[in-house]
Write a protein that binds this ligand. Structure first.
Ligand code: ISL
Length: 564
């Protein structure tokens, strides 16, 4: 058996501070707001809080564009308030993990200002500057150094008139990519990381950390039919030096710290084989990766090409990750984060069976092998919101996509439908604390509209309700703490070809758990020996009123059985 690192029995809660709780009425969440809501986290029982970025930022990408790594943005508070928050969390036995965004900085970061100052700036090489494509006129369309598109639409290159060169930005033009080939860049990042650890934080969630090593020739990417730009991802996802950099970071920053830390690598496009290397404890890179395969199963040609949900594809994906990291390495488990639509709207039923399907989805996820993440509001069964037109969206990704797609001739209504389904703003509407007009989030005007369903779906209504989604999530967190088979047991997927029922077992020594979830709104037979082999089993978790073990599952029913 693998060693029992503390985070194997832990549950992480993600806070997106902008949308969590606003203490000063400016309509934007802040650190004091989080401090005021610590009881919520303690009640839920989570072990770790991951705080999305709170550093000074022009907020082009809501803080994922950082202009100063060693301070707090005044919108969120200041360093004293931050220290108070850390002390408050630690006082309740909750660890704090900061977001580390070091693939890129803001273009307003001092490092970039210096780099941009001129060709002979000592920091010129801290970013990816390149001349125009040979034989072209700099600054004209098609003169970009290569054909890569940015994740936020348009070219991945921005022309700088002063020097006549371009800089690379995989995300927005206000997020220039740092050049990790330069050892000074790496040292500067490591120094900054040590500074936060010295302040008492317990680790990092490392944003797009598998993008930091790039194929230095930056070759043109394949242009798919109907696309304007080439795909640069083969040259930036898990590039040639990625393992070397992460191991170096480990040596330079984490080695020698003997308190428990959590190191999470967010890695879009990572393969299960590579994840097994990144998370092999003997290699000393990261503890777990945050991968995206299972949240891509309903996306075809890009994220706006929405495909129907097929449970078999979901099982195939999660099952492969469970198997691939069974012997070595570790999974992160999540349905939601601040970049994903709400899971109850995506894989569940956000209408008639919202509560029951939210509980089923939570159960299936939390019973997998890995460390579960709860994204704020998921524990209430929050769903996708209402966006009447493009003016209701705030996210740069959504706004840029709408502009580019409609300019290229797409039907605006169709673009809006895709944004409403997949858009990141679904995750970013204010946390629903109570049923009052602004959901208890702010006394001012919220920076993004509150989901109208807060009247019904809110924390205040759920705390003391033994049947609420919140109470169910509490139970799931408890179970990970109290039942060793949940944290450490092995995993076997069952009924792989069944299009309706999710089923698996977890086994540890003399204990076997059977987890069932009906992913449909109809009663479904379960092709397992429930009436015989599992007849006398203990029912650990259910989401129906009159639980009885039968050979079928009610609509959206979930069941966790134990036999010992
Ligand atoms: O949401 C996405 C775009 O559709 C993802 O591809 C996302 O950009 C990717 O998972 C990386 O996300 C992280 O880095 C981005 C930031 O915008 C996201 O909020 C962050 O989670 C750039 O820093």
């Amino acid at each position: 058996m693998q060693s029992q690192q503390w985070w194997k029995s832990a549950v992480v809660y993600q806070i997106y501070p902008r949308s969590f709780a606003d203490s000063d009425g400016d309509g934007v969440g802040d650190l004091r707001g989080v401090i005021n809501r610590l009881d919520h986290l303690e009640r839920l029982g989570v072990d770790v809080v991951w705080l999305s970025p709170v550093y000074p930022s022009p907020m082009d990408d809501n803080g994922y564009d950082i202009s100063d790594y060693q301070d707090i943005d005044p919108t969120f508070g200041d360093l004293d308030t931050f220290d108070e928050l850390v002390a408050g969390l630690h006082g309740r036995g909750i660890k704090v993990v900061m977001d580390l965004v070091v693939n890129h900085t803001s273009d307003e970061h001092a490092w970039f200002a210096e780099s941009r100052a001129g060709l002979d700036s000592p920091r010129r090489d801290w970013y990816w500057w390149r001349p125009a494509r040979p034989g072209t006129t700099p600054g004209t369309p098609g003169a970009e150094p290569n054909n890569w598109g940015s994740f936020f639409s348009g070219s991945a290159w921005q022309y700088d008139e002063r020097s006549g060169e371009y800089y690379l930005h995989l995300f927005s033009r206000k997020q220039p990519d740092l050049n990790w080939e330069n050892p000074e860049v790496r040292e500067a990042v490591y120094t900054m990381m040590r500074w936060w650890l010295d302040r008492g934080i317990d680790g990092f969630r490392m944003d797009v950390i598998n993008f930091i090593s790039k194929v230095t020739e930056l070759p043109d990417g394949e242009v798919r039919p109907g696309e304007l730009f080439g795909d640069g991802t083969p040259y930036v996802f898990s590039g040639p030096r990625i393992h070397e950099y992460l191991h170096e970071m480990h040596q330079r920053v984490f080695a020698g710290i003997d308190r428990p830390l959590l190191l999470v690598g967010e890695m879009p496009g990572v393969t299960v084989e590579d994840a097994a290397l990144f998370t092999d404890p003997d290699r000393a890179e990261v503890d777990m990766v945050f991968q995206f395969e299972h949240v891509g199963i309903d996306q075809g040609d890009g994220k706006w090409d929405v495909l129907p949900f097929d449970l078999r594809t979901l099982k195939a994906s999660l099952g492969r990750w469970q198997r691939g990291l069974a012997a070595r390495g570790w999974n992160s488990l999540y349905w939601n984060n601040h970049d994903q639509p709400r899971v109850v709207s995506r894989f569940g039923d956000d209408k008639e069976h919202r509560e029951r399907s939210a509980k089923m989805l939570g159960t299936v996820l939390h019973l997998h092998r890995g460390t579960p993440y709860i994204y704020q509001g998921e524990e209430l069964g929050m769903s996708n919101s209402v966006f009447h037109d493009i003016s209701a969206f705030r996210d740069i990704e959504a706004v840029n996509h709408y502009g580019h797609a409609t300019a290229a001739g797409a039907d605006p209504e169709q673009v809006l439908t895709a944004l409403r389904t997949m858009g990141r703003d679904n995750a970013r509407t204010p946390m629903q604390w109570d049923g009052t007009p602004r959901a208890g989030f702010t006394t001012g005007t919220p920076w993004i509209g509150v989901n109208p369903n807060h009247v019904e779906v809110n924390a205040a209504a759920q705390y003391d309700d033994k049947d609420s989604v919140f109470t169910h999530y509490r139970r799931l967190v408890d179970l990970r703490h109290s039942e060793p088979a949940v944290a450490y047991g092995d995993f076997t997927m069952l009924l792989e070809e069944d299009p309706h029922v999710y089923a698996f077992t977890r086994r540890l020594e003399g204990t076997e758990l059977l987890v069932l979830g009906n992913f449909t709104g109809e009663t479904r037979p379960v092709d397992l020996p429930l009436d015989t082999d599992w007849a006398g089993a203990e029912l650990l978790v259910t989401n129906v009123d009159d639980p009885h073990v039968t050979g079928a599952l009610a609509p959206w029913e979930t069941r966790v059985l134990a036999r010992r």
